[in-house]
Design a binder for this molecule. Structure first.
Ligand code: CAA
Length: 256
C-alpha cells in the first residue's frame, strides 16, 4: 500500500500520511511523495482545497524518521533538511488553502508539517511539540523559524528548549491550532471547513494567500503596496463582479 493515500472529492484533495507502523514518521520517500502530491494540487484547477491528515487514530506524524536520521552524516542531514524545507515551502506557498487535520501526535517534523499548512484543526487527543532537543538535535523542517512567527519568540523558545508537548486546547490558546472541536465533531469540522474554503472564489483566495505570504516578510509600506496590487487583481476576474452584484441583488454568489 502507498505511504501517501490520495482521495479527490468535490474539489477537495485529501492526503493521508500512511506509515502507521512508524506513527506516520516522515522518511525521505514520504517527503518526496508529499512534494509530488502538492505539486499536483497546485497545478490541477479542479482542486480548490487540500486536507492533510495521518492514518490511524494515534498520530498525525511523530516526526522525521528517527531510524533514518540515526545513520545520517552531516551532509546527508543537511540534504534531508533541504528536502523537507523545500516541500514545506511548497505547501506554504500553495495557491489553494491547506488544512492540517491533526488527528494525534504532531511532533518534531510532524508539528513542522502542520505549521506549514495554512490552518490547523486539532483533535482533542492531538499533541503538538518540537522534542528534537531531547534527541540531541534541533528542528530541521522549518520549526525554528515558523514556531516563533506563529506564537512569538519567548513561547517558541520555551517549547523548543524544553521539548514539552502541548495538548490541543493549549495549542489553540497559543495560536498554534485554529480550533479543537469535540472528538465527535472532529471529522465534520474538518469537512465543513474544507467545503467552505473549496466554495470560495478561487482567484480571490489565491491572491489573498499570496498577499499574506509575501507581505509578512516585508516592511509595512511595501506590504500594503502588495495588498493594493492583489486587491486590484481581484477585479480582473468575473468572481469580483459576481460577488458584489449578488450582494446587491440579495442572492448567493455563484463563483466560477
Ligand atoms: N521515527 C521513526 N519511528 C518512530 C517515530 C519516529 N519519529 N516515532 C515513533 N516511531 C515508531 C516507534 O519506534 C515504534 O516502532 P516499533 O513498534 O517498531 O517499536 C512505533 O512507531 C510506535 O511508537 P511507540 O512505541 O514509541 O509509541 P508510544 O505510544 O509509546 O509513544 C510517541 C508515542 C510519544 C509519539 C513516541 O513514539 C515518540 O516519542 N516518538 C518520537 C517523537 C520525536 O522525537 N519526534 C522528533 C523526531 S526528529 C525530527 O523530527 C527532526 C526534524 O525536525 C527534521
Amino acid at each position: 500500500m502507498s505511504i501517501l493515500l490520495q482521495e479527490e472529492q468535490d474539489h477537495i484533495l485529501t492526503l493521508t500520511l500512511h506509515r502507521p507502523e512508524a506513527l506516520n514518521a516522515l522518511n525521505r520517500a514520504l517527503l518526496l511523495a508529499l512534494d509530488e502530491a502538492f505539486a499536483y494540487a497546485d497545478e490541477n484547477d479542479a482542486i480548490r482545497c487540500v486536507v492533510l491528515t495521518g492514518a490511524g487514530d494515534k498520530a498525525f506524524a511523530a516526526g522525521a524518521d528517527i531510524e533514518e536520521l540515526s545513520a545520517m552524516s552531516a551532509l546527508e542531514a543537511t540534504a534531508f533538511s533541504r528536502l523537507g524545507n523545500r516541500m514545506m515551502r511548497r505547501i506554504e506557498t500553495l495557491r489553494k488553502p491547506v488544512i492540517a487535520a491533526v488527528n494525534g501526535y504532531a511532533l518534531g517534523g510532524g508539528c513542522e508539517l502542520a505549521m506549514a499548512c495554512h490552518l490547523r484543526i486539532a483533535h482533542p487527543r492531538a499533541r503538538f511539540g518540537l522534542p528534537e532537543i531531547t534527541l540531541g538535535l534541533m528542528p530541521g523542517f522549518g520549526g525554528s523559524q515558523r514556531l516563533p512567527r506563529l506564537i512569538g519568540k519567548a513561547r517558541a523558545l520555551e517549547l523548543m528548549l524544553t521539548g514539552r508537548p502541548v495538548k490541543a486546547e493549549e495549542a489553540v490558546q497559543l495560536g498554534l491550532a485554529n480550533q479543537c472541536p469535540p472528538e465527535a465533531d472532529f471529522a465534520s469540522a474538518v469537512e465543513q471547513l474544507a467545503r467552505q474554503l473549496a466554495g470560495n472564489a478561487t482567484m480571490a483566495s489565491q491572491l489573498l494567500l499570496q498577499a499574506v505570504e509575501t507581505g509578512l516578510d516585508l516592511p509595512m509600506e511595501h506590504a500594503l503596496q502588495v495588498e493594493s496590487q492583489q486587491f486590484g487583481l481581484c477585479f480582473d476576474h468575473p468572481d469580483a463582479r459576481e460577488g458584489t452584484e449578488a450582494f446587491l441583488q440579495k442572492r448567493k454568489p455563484r463563483f466560477l
